[in-house]
Design a binder for this molecule. Structure first.
Ligand code: P6P
Length: 345
């Protein structure tokens, strides 16, 4: 049993990390503390959603993705947006739920960071109490300081992220994040309302027996993806066939594979209106997850073998395919499907 004296909260961790950087101004720490506040409130609402008749179910709105907006989607989007755009450390925001950029109101100080986020990913699972999550990505602005941030401040490669992370509303609420020097996880302790450091150095196992993909799309995949999935399931070719685990919430599927090892795949499928693009969004889903995957010792590529973090975004809601997970599993996918491996160039 950990004593309160030997635990460290997320707020304390951020300050300690800030003190290690002589040039740090405290802006990032302040930004993250606003994020932590919003995360606690969203977690509270998610946890009691089933008890509030007016928070479950869908709104009459369809979001920019063409998806029905759930009430909790709208709530989380509003809460993160309002908590963060007044914090004085952002110049511009982008949300999965909003078509254009989210400007910082002129009455508030304009900061040096950008914030792209998916307020409640996996929201179709909300009403059946399945784990869902918030995903976020933070860059330094490119446009002149003091001016209103613009879209190009958000359209930056994943390699340039200052921070990426997710909040998983699962059996407990966790925040997992990276600032470019490893991956750390914090678990919300409801008894004191603090995120406590529970996973100080997350490393994804080099290989793993789990594969995560929506098998319902099998008939619509490319031949190479079909061939790969048959291969990893075929007991004759394998001394140990893999186990399918798929929740349909990227944050939950990714987090399980991050801790246990395995591979997550969302390839293109011909039944999708986005074909030949994938379903997942680059800026606030694939890119932050890729930063975490690489920092934990894993890999993240498109189905064509392009490294996710090297992709240059051209639009806020740009979609991509995503293959991510244990290094050896992603390498095997690339090798077996005879796809280039940008990591080995
Ligand atoms: P499918 C949720 O809508 C999401 O964006 C991700 O969280 C998840 O990985 C994926 O879509 C699930 O998509 O088509 O398998 O339901």
């Amino acid at each position: 049993m950990k004593l309160a004296t030997d635990t460290i909260s997320l707020s304390q961790y951020l300050i300690e990390e800030q003190l290690k950087l002589p040039y740090a101004t405290g802006d990032f720490t302040a930004l993250m503390n606003h994020l932590v506040y919003a995360a606690k409130i969203v977690s509270r609402e998610v946890r009691k959603a089933g008890l509030l008749e007016n928070i479950l179910g869908s709104t009459n709105n369809v979001n920019v993705q063409g998806e029905t907006q759930m009430k909790l989607d709208e709530y989380a989007d509003t809460l993160f947006t309002n908590a963060l755009r007044i914090c004085g450390h952002l110049c511009v925001m982008a949300s999965e739920e909003n078509e254009g950029i989210i400007e910082i109101p002129s009455e508030y100080k304009i900061g040096k960071y950008t914030f792209a986020f998916d307020p409640l990913d996996g929201s179709s699972n909300i009403d059946c109490n399945v784990s869902i999550g918030t995903i976020f990505s933070i860059h330094l602005r490119k446009s002149p300081h003091g001016t209103k941030g613009i879209e190009s401040d958000l359209l930056q490669k994943g390699d340039l992220q200052r921070c990426a992370g997710y909040i998983l509303y699962g059996s407990s609420t966790m925040m997992v994040m990276t600032m470019g020097y490893g991956v750390v996880g914090f678990t919300l302790d409801p008894s004191c309302g603090e995120f406590i450091l529970s996973h100080p150095n997350i490393k994804i196992p080099e290989s793993g027996s789990i594969y995560s993909i929506n098998e319902g799309n099998y008939d619509f995949w490319s031949d190479k993806v079909k061939s790969y999935i048959r291969k990893i399931k075929n007991i004759q070719n394998n001394n140990k066939p893999k186990t399918l685990r798929y929740i349909g919430s990227l944050v939950a599927d990714f987090h399980r594979n991050l801790l246990k090892g395995g591979i997550f795949l969302y390839p293109e499928d011909t039944k999708s209106k986005n074909y030949p693009l994938g379903k997942l969004r680059l800026l606030y889903e694939a890119s932050p997850m890729a930063f975490i995957a690489e920092q934990a010792g894993g890999m993240a590529v498109t189905v064509d073998g392009d490294r996710i973090l090297a992709l240059e975004p051209t639009s806020l809601h740009q979609r991509t395919t995503l293959i991510t997970g244990s290094k050896k599993e992603v390498e095997f996918f690339l090798e077996y499907t005879k796809t280039k491996n940008e990591y080995s160039i």
